[in-house]
Design a protein around this ligand. Sequence first.
Ligand SMILES: Nc1ncnc2c1ncn2[C@@H]1O[C@H](COP(=O)(O)OP(=O)(O)O)[C@@H](O)[C@H]1O
Ligand SMILES: [Mg+2]
Length: 263
Amino acid sequence: MTVLVVSNQKGGVGKTTTAISVGAALVEHGQRVLIVDLDPQANATSGLGISKAPPNHIYGLILKEQPIDDSIIATAVPGLDLIPSGPDMAGAEVELVPLMAREYRLRQALRATHDYDTILVDCPPSLGLLTINALTAGDAVVIPVQCEYYALEGLAQLLATIEAVRARLNSRLEVLAIVLTMEDRRNRLSLQVIDEVRNHFPTLVADARIPRAVRLAEAPSHGLPISVYDRRSAGAQAYDDLARELSARLRAKAPIALGGAIA
Ligand SMILES: Nc1ncnc2c1ncn2[C@@H]1O[C@H](COP(=O)(O)OP(=O)(O)O)[C@@H](O)[C@H]1O
Ligand SMILES: [Mg+2]
C-alpha cells in the first residue's frame, strides 16, 4: 500500500483534479484506490459526485478516532473509494492543536486499513496541521504546479516543510514528482515556466504534463473523474500517462518495499 500526498499550499493549482484523476487512472490499471479528502472545502468530495457529505467522515476519523471503515464510502467508480470531507472540517485545524499526537492522527487511522493499493490524500491549500498530518502519513508527495508566472512561488517553503517532516516525523517521506498543470501550448509563458521549473528541479518534474482542458474543468460538475466523463479527451490521456509515470517512479525508488507488498 502506497500513500501519495497531493500538496501545494497554493490554491487552484490542480491538486484536487490530480488526486481524483490519478486515482481513477490507477483504478483503470487494476488497483484499488482510496481518496482521502482533507480539505475543508471538500472539492474532491463534490467532484466525485457526493453532493451532501455525510457528517463525521474525515472529521470523525482524525478528530474523534472513529474506525476507518465507518469513514469510507464507495463512489460511482467501482474500485475507487472516498473518505469525504464536509463543513465540520472548517474548525479542524484549530481543534487538532490541543490533541495528543496531533501530527499522527491520519497516519494512525490509515494503518488500520489494508484494502487499497494506493491511497491519495488531497490536501488543503495551506501548510497547517492537516497538511502535516498528510505528510506524516505519506510515502511520497506529488506537487502540482500551475504553468503560470508565479509557478515557483511558495515551492521553497513547501519543500522546507516536507524536509522538516522527514527529519522529525516521517523519515520515509520523499518527493515523487512535480506535475506541471494547466499547460497552454499556444502560450509562450507556459513554455517559459516549464523551462524554469525544469531548470530548478531537473529530476523531479514529471514528463507527463497536464494541458489546460475544458473537459477537465467540466468533469467535477458531473461528479465524475475525467477517465469516466470523457476517456478519449486529452486530459484523460495526460492523467493516464501521469499515473503510469508515478507508478514507474515508485517502482524505481522502492524495489524492496514493493517486493514485500506482492508477497
Ligand atoms: N488541467 C486543467 N484544465 C482546466 N481546468 C482545470 C485543470 N485542472 C484543474 N482545473 C480547474 O481549475 C480549478 C482548480 O483546480 P483544483 O484541482 O480544484 O485545484 P486545487 O485543488 O489545487 O485548488 C478547478 O475549477 C478545476 O476544475
Ligand atoms: Mg483542492
